[in-house]
Design a protein around this ligand. Sequence first.
Ligand code: SF4
Length: 359
Amino acid sequence: MAKLSKDDIITFLNTNYSEMLSLMMEANTHRHDDKITYSKNVFLPLTEICRNQCGYCTFRKGPESFDTTILMETTEVKHILKMADAYGCHEALFTFGEGADEFYEVKCALENQGFESMVEYLYSLCSETLINTNLLPHSNPGILKKKELKFLKEVNASMGLMLENSSPRLMQTAIHSKSPGKEPKLRVKTIENAGKLKIPFTTGLLIGIGETLEERAESLIELRKLHNKYGHIQEIIIQNFKPKPGIPLEHQEEPSLTEMIKMITVTRLLFPDVGVQIPPNLNKVNVSMFLLAGVDDLGGVSPLTKDYVNPEAPWPELDYLRSVTEELGFELLERLPVYPKFINDEFLSERILDKISSM
Ligand code: SF4
């Protein structure tokens, strides 16, 4: 188990080119094999309503906008799942706004379909996925109570929640001042409860949202502590902030390539036992550099749906990702939304294990 102090991490994040190169070499010694994985998924954004208003978000829309998806109907979700099955996808990614059922419009739409809450609706759709397709659900519904996580574990192969950053200071900035759900304590609590319930979990950091190097180091240490205690984190996403027209942070610079390489390398060193992922659609030209820095997973890539959170960034073709990985001597392989070491009855429900056996 990696033991790096906060000071070690800050030193790494401040290091020069020669130390950086030797750290990248060391990070690569932690690879278990030459495989780079990805998950063939379909993205199901059940609602664009969200109680938060993050300074970098272009996904969320208010209920008053004429083109807002208040709630995707069951028939529409079933239709997309059917197409995803035909495309050979194996992950149904349910990602949507947090606390949407606090809004009257969503509550009414749920009631029209016979549900009282988003969690109840999500459970039903995950169950439908398991019964009628060859896909496994992976849900990112935002912060949840422990009993809600327990309920959803039965029908999810894994779940996810970005920590983004553990610093409460960011709650006072334009990034998160209107986002009660981004309170780090609440997010840590959800990740911790998922650990107590043994739910294979995806989390990660958002880099370049005004955080300091010290806050990046503290965030990594926080995740390491959670994983030391519960052993449930399957992958850590190191996601770079991207400025977009119209957002409050439109003019903020994105993190430099060097900053990203350092973050990936230090994450690989601190988490030799966890997948390190970058979103390939946000980093198409830098994928090779990030693989060299220690990335071993390229996350979800969809042949069918766009990345609704970053719609301006299309998924790279699998052929492109294959050629980039093979150029470096790696092998690109599809994986399920749950990593192999978590496929057992300690981490998965009987329904999920049965589904995996049948696939
Ligand atoms: S980034 Fe996520 S949590 Fe924040 S406003 Fe957008 S949808 Fe909501």
